[in-house]
Design a protein around this ligand. Sequence first.
Ligand code: ADP
Ligand code: 5GP
Length: 186
Amino acid sequence: MKHKLMVVSGPSGVGKGTIVKTLIKRRSDVVESVSCTTRAPREGETHGKEYFFLTKAEFLERLEKQDFLEYDEHFGNYYGTPISFVEETLKTKSVILEIDVVGALNVKKRLPEAVLVMIVPPSIEELKRRLEGRETETAEQIQNRLSRLEYELSQKEKYDFVVVNDELERAISEVEGILDGSACKK
Ligand code: ADP
Ligand code: 5GP
């Protein structure tokens, strides 16, 4: 089977990280691309694992060298996908990118074979509960993230697949089915 480049997006707090991390733990033929960011690490995050944490100057230097498949700015920080890692890994494994809508559409423009998957919450109230329950952002940061919600959800038609993260195991199986090519495109 040909290895896939899968791009997973969705509002902050919807469960993207939980779904992707579980999938990667279960599958040795799938890896997650580690993005570069200029934001500060959250408690428990380590350099090279969740992100490569760069200074703004380092990020801009790599951007100049065309080291990113795509990049974008969120909440005042830069985020980018290192192209070399993606290209090299796709020779032997499938790669998942967990990036926002703008980044995902930019990837699709450059690599049309990429499969775009949007994870959506069962309801806005449930999304708020998950964001608050995660306890990693301030109330202001949560509000900031929720303000992007309408825009993000309005872009779902541009995605190849939309998965509702209602029950976690069900959502994981659905994403796995897409990865294995057994899910029907909408
Ligand atoms: P994202 O990566 O999209 O920002 P996370 O994976 O960090 O979101 O999930 C946000 C919170 O929601 C976490 O505390 C996670 O444990 C919880 N969560 C994820 N999926 C579900 C689900 N299906 N039902 C209930 N809680 C969930
Ligand atoms: P967080 O700070 O919560 O980890 O991520 C903030 C936002 O940045 C999320 O919407 C996430 O999907 C997005 N993001 C993470 N990595 C990348 C990347 O490499 N490129 C782009 N365009 N967005 C990213």
